[in-house]
Design a protein around this ligand. Sequence first.
Ligand SMILES: [Zn+2]
Length: 413
Amino acid sequence: MSRSIPRLILLTALFSGPTALAQTPSPFTEAVKEIQNNSKVKAANEHIDRNRAGILREWIQITEINAPSGHEQERAKYLERLLRQSRLQNIHYDSAGNLIAVRKGTGGGRTVVFDAHLDTVFQPGLKIKATVKEGKIYAPGVGDDTRNIEALLATIRALNAAQIKTRGDLVFVFTVEEETSFGGVKRFVEDNKGKIDYYIALDGGYEGFTYAGIGINWYRHHFIGPGGHTRSRTPPYSASLPLARAISRIYDLKIPSNPSSNLNIGMLGGSEVVNAKASDAWFTVDLRSTSNEVITDLEKKIRVILEEEAKRANVSLKTDVISTSPAAVIPGHRDSDLVKIAEAVHRAMGFDPPITATGSNNSSVALLNGIPSISTGAGPCDDSHALTENCEIEPLYQGIKKILLLELALAQL
Ligand SMILES: [Zn+2]
Protein backbone atom coordinates (compact mmCIF):
# COMPACT_ATOMS: atom_id res chain seq x y z
CA MET A 1 0.00 0.00 0.00
CA SER A 2 1.04 3.62 -0.44
CA ARG A 3 2.89 5.16 2.43
CA SER A 4 2.53 8.49 4.10
CA ILE A 5 -1.12 9.48 4.32
CA PRO A 6 -2.67 6.07 5.06
CA ARG A 7 -0.02 5.52 7.68
CA LEU A 8 -1.09 8.65 9.51
CA ILE A 9 -4.71 7.51 9.46
CA LEU A 10 -3.78 4.07 10.67
CA LEU A 11 -1.77 5.34 13.59
CA THR A 12 -4.65 7.59 14.54
CA ALA A 13 -6.92 4.58 14.44
CA LEU A 14 -4.80 2.67 16.90
CA PHE A 15 -4.14 5.53 19.25
CA SER A 16 -7.35 7.47 19.33
CA GLY A 17 -9.27 5.52 21.89
CA PRO A 18 -11.27 2.45 22.59
CA THR A 19 -14.01 2.66 19.98
CA ALA A 20 -12.09 3.76 16.90
CA LEU A 21 -12.66 1.39 14.01
CA ALA A 22 -13.59 -1.46 16.31
CA GLN A 23 -15.15 -3.34 13.41
CA THR A 24 -12.09 -3.36 11.13
CA PRO A 25 -9.06 -5.34 12.18
CA SER A 26 -6.80 -4.03 9.41
CA PRO A 27 -5.88 -0.68 11.02
CA PHE A 28 -4.56 -2.52 14.03
CA THR A 29 -2.65 -4.90 11.79
CA GLU A 30 -0.95 -2.05 10.00
CA ALA A 31 -0.30 -0.04 13.14
CA VAL A 32 1.26 -3.04 14.88
CA LYS A 33 3.52 -3.55 11.87
CA GLU A 34 4.56 0.09 12.13
CA ILE A 35 5.63 -0.52 15.71
CA GLN A 36 7.44 -3.70 14.72
CA ASN A 37 9.37 -1.80 12.05
CA ASN A 38 10.34 1.04 14.37
CA SER A 39 14.15 1.16 14.68
CA LYS A 40 14.08 1.29 18.48
CA VAL A 41 11.80 -1.71 18.62
CA LYS A 42 14.18 -3.56 16.34
CA ALA A 43 17.00 -2.63 18.71
CA ALA A 44 14.96 -4.00 21.64
CA ASN A 45 14.47 -7.30 19.80
CA GLU A 46 18.19 -7.45 19.05
CA HIS A 47 18.85 -6.92 22.75
CA ILE A 48 16.68 -9.97 23.48
CA ASP A 49 18.62 -12.03 20.92
CA ARG A 50 22.00 -10.93 22.28
CA ASN A 51 20.99 -11.86 25.82
CA ARG A 52 19.62 -15.35 25.25
CA ALA A 53 22.17 -17.01 27.52
CA GLY A 54 21.46 -14.58 30.33
CA ILE A 55 17.70 -14.97 29.95
CA LEU A 56 17.99 -18.77 30.14
CA ARG A 57 20.26 -18.55 33.20
CA GLU A 58 17.92 -16.18 35.02
CA TRP A 59 14.85 -18.25 34.08
CA ILE A 60 16.51 -21.24 35.74
CA GLN A 61 17.55 -19.23 38.80
CA ILE A 62 14.01 -18.00 39.43
CA THR A 63 12.52 -21.44 38.77
CA GLU A 64 14.82 -22.94 41.40
CA ILE A 65 13.37 -20.65 44.08
CA ASN A 66 10.23 -22.61 44.88
CA ALA A 67 7.32 -20.33 45.79
CA PRO A 68 4.32 -22.32 47.00
CA SER A 69 1.12 -20.28 47.30
CA GLY A 70 1.39 -18.28 50.52
CA HIS A 71 5.19 -18.65 50.56
CA GLU A 72 6.19 -16.36 47.69
CA GLN A 73 8.42 -13.93 49.65
CA GLU A 74 11.83 -15.39 48.80
CA ARG A 75 11.11 -15.40 45.08
CA ALA A 76 9.58 -11.92 45.31
CA LYS A 77 12.68 -10.53 47.07
CA TYR A 78 14.86 -11.95 44.32
CA LEU A 79 12.73 -10.24 41.67
CA GLU A 80 12.59 -7.01 43.64
CA ARG A 81 16.39 -6.77 43.45
CA LEU A 82 16.30 -7.27 39.68
CA LEU A 83 13.55 -4.68 39.25
CA ARG A 84 15.56 -2.11 41.24
CA GLN A 85 18.50 -2.64 38.87
CA SER A 86 16.11 -1.90 36.00
CA ARG A 87 15.30 1.56 37.35
CA LEU A 88 11.56 1.05 37.55
CA GLN A 89 9.45 3.36 39.69
CA ASN A 90 7.27 2.86 42.70
CA ILE A 91 8.58 -0.63 43.40
CA HIS A 92 6.56 -1.89 46.33
CA TYR A 93 4.49 -4.67 47.88
CA ASP A 94 0.79 -4.32 48.51
CA SER A 95 -1.01 -5.72 51.54
CA ALA A 96 -1.48 -9.12 49.86
CA GLY A 97 2.24 -9.44 49.11
CA ASN A 98 2.06 -8.72 45.38
CA LEU A 99 5.26 -7.17 44.04
CA ILE A 100 4.47 -4.14 41.89
CA ALA A 101 6.69 -1.96 39.69
CA VAL A 102 5.80 0.82 37.30
CA ARG A 103 7.49 1.85 34.05
CA LYS A 104 6.19 5.38 33.79
CA GLY A 105 4.89 6.59 30.46
CA THR A 106 5.32 10.07 29.03
CA GLY A 107 1.63 10.76 29.60
CA GLY A 108 -1.69 10.61 27.83
CA GLY A 109 -1.68 6.89 27.16
CA ARG A 110 -3.43 3.88 28.55
CA THR A 111 -2.42 2.26 31.82
CA VAL A 112 -1.69 -1.36 31.04
CA VAL A 113 -1.07 -4.01 33.67
CA PHE A 114 1.07 -7.05 32.89
CA ASP A 115 0.73 -9.79 35.48
CA ALA A 116 2.69 -12.98 36.03
CA HIS A 117 2.03 -15.01 39.15
CA LEU A 118 4.79 -15.81 41.61
CA ASP A 119 3.31 -18.90 43.18
CA THR A 120 3.69 -22.57 42.35
CA VAL A 121 1.62 -25.59 43.35
CA PHE A 122 4.59 -27.46 44.84
CA GLN A 123 4.97 -28.11 48.53
CA PRO A 124 7.16 -25.94 50.77
CA GLY A 125 10.68 -27.31 51.13
CA LEU A 126 10.77 -29.01 47.74
CA LYS A 127 14.29 -28.64 46.33
CA ILE A 128 14.03 -27.69 42.68
CA LYS A 129 16.89 -28.31 40.27
CA ALA A 130 16.32 -27.56 36.61
CA THR A 131 17.83 -29.77 33.92
CA VAL A 132 18.31 -28.82 30.29
CA LYS A 133 17.98 -31.64 27.80
CA GLU A 134 17.39 -31.72 24.04
CA GLY A 135 16.19 -28.14 23.76
CA LYS A 136 13.90 -28.33 26.76
CA ILE A 137 14.15 -27.24 30.34
CA TYR A 138 12.69 -29.55 32.99
CA ALA A 139 11.70 -28.35 36.46
CA PRO A 140 8.50 -28.02 38.49
CA GLY A 141 7.13 -24.51 37.94
CA VAL A 142 9.41 -23.69 35.00
CA GLY A 143 6.40 -22.95 32.83
CA ASP A 144 3.61 -22.10 35.24
CA ASP A 145 4.40 -19.34 35.72
CA THR A 146 8.16 -18.70 35.77
CA ARG A 147 8.51 -18.48 31.99
CA ASN A 148 6.22 -15.45 32.06
CA ILE A 149 8.01 -13.83 35.00
CA GLU A 150 11.25 -14.11 33.03
CA ALA A 151 9.54 -12.81 29.89
CA LEU A 152 8.49 -9.64 31.72
CA LEU A 153 11.99 -9.08 33.11
CA ALA A 154 13.50 -9.57 29.65
CA THR A 155 11.08 -7.08 28.06
CA ILE A 156 11.79 -4.48 30.75
CA ARG A 157 15.53 -4.69 30.10
CA ALA A 158 15.03 -4.62 26.31
CA LEU A 159 12.79 -1.53 26.54
CA ASN A 160 15.40 0.20 28.69
CA ALA A 161 18.34 -0.80 26.48
CA ALA A 162 16.56 0.56 23.40
CA GLN A 163 15.46 3.69 25.31
CA ILE A 164 11.85 3.14 24.34
CA LYS A 165 9.27 5.40 25.91
CA THR A 166 5.57 4.58 25.98
CA ARG A 167 2.78 7.08 26.42
CA GLY A 168 0.90 5.00 28.92
CA ASP A 169 2.25 3.49 32.13
CA LEU A 170 3.27 -0.15 32.08
CA VAL A 171 2.46 -1.64 35.46
CA PHE A 172 4.16 -4.94 36.23
CA VAL A 173 2.57 -6.98 38.97
CA PHE A 174 3.95 -10.25 40.26
CA THR A 175 0.99 -11.76 42.04
CA VAL A 176 0.65 -14.15 44.97
CA GLU A 177 -1.86 -16.98 45.40
CA GLU A 178 -3.04 -17.39 41.81
CA GLU A 179 -3.08 -21.15 42.21
CA THR A 180 -5.33 -21.14 45.27
CA SER A 181 -7.68 -18.25 46.02
CA PHE A 182 -6.82 -15.56 43.44
CA GLY A 183 -6.06 -13.57 46.60
CA GLY A 184 -3.28 -11.57 44.96
CA VAL A 185 -5.13 -10.38 41.91
CA LYS A 186 -8.27 -9.68 43.94
CA ARG A 187 -6.32 -7.36 46.24
CA PHE A 188 -4.58 -5.63 43.35
CA VAL A 189 -7.79 -5.06 41.38
CA GLU A 190 -9.60 -3.82 44.47
CA ASP A 191 -6.78 -1.35 45.24
CA ASN A 192 -6.56 -0.08 41.67
CA LYS A 193 -10.16 0.05 40.53
CA GLY A 194 -10.75 2.74 37.93
CA LYS A 195 -7.03 3.14 37.23
CA ILE A 196 -6.48 0.18 34.91
CA ASP A 197 -7.31 0.36 31.20
CA TYR A 198 -6.16 -3.15 30.27
CA TYR A 199 -5.17 -6.16 32.36
CA ILE A 200 -2.92 -8.72 30.69
CA ALA A 201 -2.44 -11.94 32.65
CA LEU A 202 0.55 -13.90 31.43
CA ASP A 203 -0.18 -17.47 32.39
CA GLY A 204 -0.01 -20.43 30.04
CA GLY A 205 -0.41 -19.87 26.32
CA TYR A 206 1.96 -19.04 23.51
CA GLU A 207 0.41 -18.91 20.06
CA GLY A 208 -3.02 -17.77 21.17
CA PHE A 209 -4.87 -15.98 23.93
CA THR A 210 -8.11 -15.99 25.90
CA TYR A 211 -10.53 -13.09 26.24
CA ALA A 212 -12.96 -14.58 28.78
CA GLY A 213 -12.85 -16.93 31.72
CA ILE A 214 -14.66 -20.23 31.85
CA GLY A 215 -17.10 -20.76 34.74
CA ILE A 216 -16.18 -23.69 36.98
CA ASN A 217 -18.50 -25.20 39.60
CA TRP A 218 -17.56 -28.21 41.73
CA TYR A 219 -20.03 -30.24 43.80
CA ARG A 220 -20.16 -33.40 45.86
CA HIS A 221 -23.60 -35.02 45.78
CA HIS A 222 -24.53 -37.59 48.45
CA PHE A 223 -27.31 -40.16 48.51
CA ILE A 224 -27.94 -40.99 52.15
CA GLY A 225 -29.70 -44.25 53.16
CA PRO A 226 -29.86 -46.51 56.19
CA GLY A 227 -27.05 -48.82 55.04
CA GLY A 228 -26.99 -52.24 56.68
CA HIS A 229 -25.64 -55.74 56.03
CA THR A 230 -25.80 -57.25 52.55
CA ARG A 231 -28.52 -59.63 53.83
CA SER A 232 -30.60 -56.91 55.45
CA ARG A 233 -34.04 -56.51 53.96
CA THR A 234 -34.26 -54.30 50.84
CA PRO A 235 -35.48 -51.85 49.81
CA PRO A 236 -34.18 -49.39 50.82
CA TYR A 237 -31.28 -50.25 48.63
CA SER A 238 -27.66 -49.51 49.06
CA ALA A 239 -27.30 -45.81 48.32
CA SER A 240 -25.02 -46.91 45.48
CA LEU A 241 -28.08 -47.74 43.36
CA PRO A 242 -29.46 -44.17 42.99
CA LEU A 243 -25.86 -43.05 42.55
CA ALA A 244 -25.36 -45.38 39.59
CA ARG A 245 -28.69 -44.44 38.02
CA ALA A 246 -28.04 -40.72 38.50
CA ILE A 247 -24.53 -40.85 37.03
CA SER A 248 -25.81 -42.70 34.00
CA ARG A 249 -28.60 -40.16 33.43
CA ILE A 250 -26.33 -37.15 34.00
CA TYR A 251 -23.97 -38.45 31.34
CA ASP A 252 -26.93 -38.64 28.95
CA LEU A 253 -27.46 -34.87 29.28
CA LYS A 254 -26.58 -32.90 26.20
CA ILE A 255 -23.48 -30.82 26.97
CA PRO A 256 -23.09 -28.04 24.40
CA SER A 257 -19.74 -27.60 22.68
CA ASN A 258 -20.72 -24.06 21.67
CA PRO A 259 -20.61 -22.28 24.08
CA SER A 260 -17.72 -24.43 25.20
CA SER A 261 -18.89 -26.59 28.13
CA ASN A 262 -17.71 -29.69 29.99
CA LEU A 263 -19.02 -32.07 32.60
CA ASN A 264 -16.96 -34.62 34.50
CA ILE A 265 -17.82 -37.05 37.27
CA GLY A 266 -14.37 -37.91 38.53
CA MET A 267 -14.68 -39.15 42.12
CA LEU A 268 -17.13 -41.44 43.82
CA GLY A 269 -17.44 -43.41 47.01
CA GLY A 270 -19.77 -45.73 48.90
CA SER A 271 -19.45 -48.31 51.60
CA GLU A 272 -16.02 -49.04 53.07
CA VAL A 273 -16.54 -52.80 52.99
CA VAL A 274 -17.87 -55.40 50.57
CA ASN A 275 -20.60 -56.79 52.81
CA ALA A 276 -22.39 -53.56 53.68
CA LYS A 277 -24.84 -51.43 51.78
CA ALA A 278 -23.61 -47.87 51.29
CA SER A 279 -25.28 -45.51 53.72
CA ASP A 280 -23.55 -42.56 52.02
CA ALA A 281 -22.86 -42.92 48.33
CA TRP A 282 -21.34 -39.81 46.81
CA PHE A 283 -19.88 -38.49 43.61
CA THR A 284 -18.35 -35.25 42.41
CA VAL A 285 -19.39 -33.08 39.50
CA ASP A 286 -17.01 -30.70 37.74
CA LEU A 287 -19.22 -28.47 35.58
CA ARG A 288 -17.68 -25.88 33.26
CA SER A 289 -18.97 -23.50 30.66
CA THR A 290 -18.14 -20.16 29.10
CA SER A 291 -21.85 -19.38 29.52
CA ASN A 292 -23.42 -18.89 32.94
CA GLU A 293 -26.83 -19.67 31.40
CA VAL A 294 -25.58 -23.11 30.35
CA ILE A 295 -24.25 -23.75 33.85
CA THR A 296 -27.57 -22.75 35.42
CA ASP A 297 -29.52 -24.90 32.97
CA LEU A 298 -27.37 -27.99 33.55
CA GLU A 299 -27.48 -27.51 37.32
CA LYS A 300 -31.29 -27.53 37.18
CA LYS A 301 -31.35 -30.70 35.08
CA ILE A 302 -28.88 -32.45 37.38
CA ARG A 303 -30.97 -31.42 40.40
CA VAL A 304 -34.10 -32.98 38.86
CA ILE A 305 -32.25 -36.25 38.18
CA LEU A 306 -30.86 -36.36 41.73
CA GLU A 307 -34.28 -35.75 43.28
CA GLU A 308 -36.02 -38.31 41.10
CA GLU A 309 -33.45 -41.02 41.80
CA ALA A 310 -33.38 -40.30 45.54
CA LYS A 311 -37.16 -40.61 45.64
CA ARG A 312 -37.19 -43.78 43.54
CA ALA A 313 -34.70 -45.49 45.88
CA ASN A 314 -36.26 -44.02 49.01
CA VAL A 315 -33.06 -42.32 50.19
CA SER A 316 -32.28 -38.70 50.91
CA LEU A 317 -30.04 -36.23 49.20
CA LYS A 318 -27.31 -33.82 50.29
CA THR A 319 -25.12 -31.56 48.17
CA ASP A 320 -21.81 -29.99 49.21
CA VAL A 321 -20.65 -27.08 47.11
CA ILE A 322 -16.87 -27.50 46.86
CA SER A 323 -16.34 -24.26 44.93
CA THR A 324 -18.00 -22.05 42.35
CA SER A 325 -16.65 -19.38 40.07
CA PRO A 326 -18.81 -17.85 37.36
CA ALA A 327 -17.86 -17.45 33.71
CA ALA A 328 -16.03 -14.12 33.36
CA VAL A 329 -17.46 -12.41 30.34
CA ILE A 330 -17.67 -8.79 29.19
CA PRO A 331 -20.36 -8.45 26.51
CA GLY A 332 -18.87 -7.51 23.14
CA HIS A 333 -15.31 -8.02 24.39
CA ARG A 334 -14.47 -10.37 21.50
CA ASP A 335 -14.80 -7.39 19.15
CA SER A 336 -13.06 -4.87 21.42
CA ASP A 337 -9.91 -2.94 20.59
CA LEU A 338 -7.93 -4.92 23.15
CA VAL A 339 -8.79 -8.25 21.57
CA LYS A 340 -8.21 -6.93 18.06
CA ILE A 341 -4.86 -5.40 18.96
CA ALA A 342 -3.84 -8.64 20.66
CA GLU A 343 -4.87 -10.57 17.57
CA ALA A 344 -2.87 -8.21 15.35
CA VAL A 345 0.18 -8.62 17.59
CA HIS A 346 -0.03 -12.41 17.41
CA ARG A 347 -0.42 -12.33 13.63
CA ALA A 348 2.49 -9.90 13.30
CA MET A 349 4.62 -12.43 15.20
CA GLY A 350 3.69 -15.13 12.69
CA PHE A 351 1.04 -16.92 14.74
CA ASP A 352 -2.44 -17.93 13.61
CA PRO A 353 -3.80 -17.45 17.11
CA PRO A 354 -6.45 -19.60 18.73
CA ILE A 355 -8.67 -17.02 20.49
CA THR A 356 -10.83 -18.67 23.13
CA ALA A 357 -13.19 -17.85 25.98
CA THR A 358 -11.87 -20.61 28.21
CA GLY A 359 -9.29 -18.87 30.39
CA SER A 360 -8.94 -19.87 34.02
CA ASN A 361 -6.46 -17.56 35.70
CA ASN A 362 -6.03 -14.02 37.07
CA SER A 363 -7.61 -12.58 33.92
CA SER A 364 -11.02 -13.85 35.08
CA VAL A 365 -10.86 -11.71 38.21
CA ALA A 366 -10.13 -8.60 36.16
CA LEU A 367 -13.00 -9.41 33.77
CA LEU A 368 -15.41 -10.03 36.63
CA ASN A 369 -14.53 -6.52 37.83
CA GLY A 370 -15.31 -5.08 34.40
CA ILE A 371 -11.68 -4.51 33.38
CA PRO A 372 -10.91 -5.47 29.76
CA SER A 373 -8.50 -8.35 30.01
CA ILE A 374 -6.85 -11.16 28.09
CA SER A 375 -4.46 -13.91 29.07
CA THR A 376 -1.59 -15.31 27.06
CA GLY A 377 1.95 -16.54 27.62
CA ALA A 378 5.51 -16.45 26.38
CA GLY A 379 6.26 -20.02 25.46
CA PRO A 380 5.03 -23.58 24.97
CA CYS A 381 5.28 -25.84 28.02
CA ASP A 382 3.94 -29.23 29.12
CA ASP A 383 2.92 -31.05 32.30
CA SER A 384 2.07 -27.97 34.35
CA HIS A 385 1.44 -28.70 38.06
CA ALA A 386 3.49 -31.93 37.73
CA LEU A 387 7.05 -32.70 38.78
CA THR A 388 7.75 -33.51 35.11
CA GLU A 389 6.87 -29.97 33.98
CA ASN A 390 8.97 -28.79 31.03
CA CYS A 391 9.24 -26.02 28.45
CA GLU A 392 10.80 -25.67 25.04
CA ILE A 393 13.64 -23.16 25.24
CA GLU A 394 13.92 -21.73 21.74
CA PRO A 395 10.33 -20.39 21.38
CA LEU A 396 10.63 -18.35 24.59
CA TYR A 397 12.73 -15.72 22.80
CA GLN A 398 10.02 -15.28 20.18
CA GLY A 399 7.46 -15.24 23.00
CA ILE A 400 9.36 -12.46 24.77
CA LYS A 401 9.33 -10.40 21.57
CA LYS A 402 5.59 -10.99 21.33
CA ILE A 403 5.06 -9.72 24.88
CA LEU A 404 7.23 -6.69 24.11
CA LEU A 405 5.15 -5.90 21.02
CA LEU A 406 1.97 -6.33 23.04
CA GLU A 407 3.28 -3.91 25.70
CA LEU A 408 4.03 -1.30 23.04
CA ALA A 409 0.83 -1.75 21.05
CA LEU A 410 -1.26 -1.37 24.20
CA ALA A 411 0.67 1.29 26.15
CA GLN A 412 1.35 3.13 22.89
CA LEU A 413 4.71 4.26 21.52
ZN1 LIG B 1 -0.48 -20.41 36.32
